[in-house]
Write a protein that binds this ligand. Structure first.
Ligand code: FES
Length: 159
């Protein structure tokens, strides 16, 4: 199945819903990890809205990605319980360590960084998620070790 066919299938599966644009965008991102470049036009045509309308919604919600995430998609919890445990300092450290801001991807494509608001791990914050794994009680040192291990694992996989 081509990317275009997959997007069309997703649109067909959701277009009957009221306010179908958001469910379609979520489903496309779930499928591809981001919103592929031609998805805006396909969605706009199917819903009979303008591409600018679709783009406006995508731009409003930072959750939606318009380019592929890094191999290691890092999310830092910014919600209250994690704030009380120092997540803002940890967030600053991670940004410096990776050399990117939120909603960005490292030049080598290894890491992307997103904010998130509660990962259900409030008792053991600060909390960081990498892809589907949650890490609690994170510190700058633990994050450094984790990122080094992930980078080494990637090199091992490629060699
Ligand atoms: S507040 Fe961070 S996991 Fe809930």
């Amino acid at each position: 199945m081509t990317e275009r066919e997959a997007i069309s299938d997703i649109i067909d599966a959701h277009r009957h819903l009221e306010g179908s644009l958001l469910p379609i965008l979520h489903a496309v991102q779930d499928r591809f990890g981001y919103l592929p470049p031609n998805s805006n036009r396909l969605i706009a045509d199917a819903l009979r809205v303008s591409e600018a309308d679709v783009h406006g919604v995508i731009s409003f919600y930072h959750y939606f990605r318009q380019r592929p995430p890094g191999k290691h998609a890092v999310s830092v919890c910014r919600a209250e319980a994690c704030q009380a445990q120092g997540c803002r300092q940890l967030e600053a450290h991670i940004k410096t360590r990776l050399g990117i801001d939120f909603h960005d991807v490292t030049d080598d494509g290894q890491f992307s960084l997103e904010p998130v608001y509660c990962l259900g791990n409030c008792a053991t914050g600060p909390t960081v998620r990498v892809n589907n794994t949650i890490y609690g009680r994170m510190s700058a040192e633990k994050v450094d070790r984790l990122f080094e291990r992930l980078a080494v694992d990637t090199v091992r996989l490629l060699s």
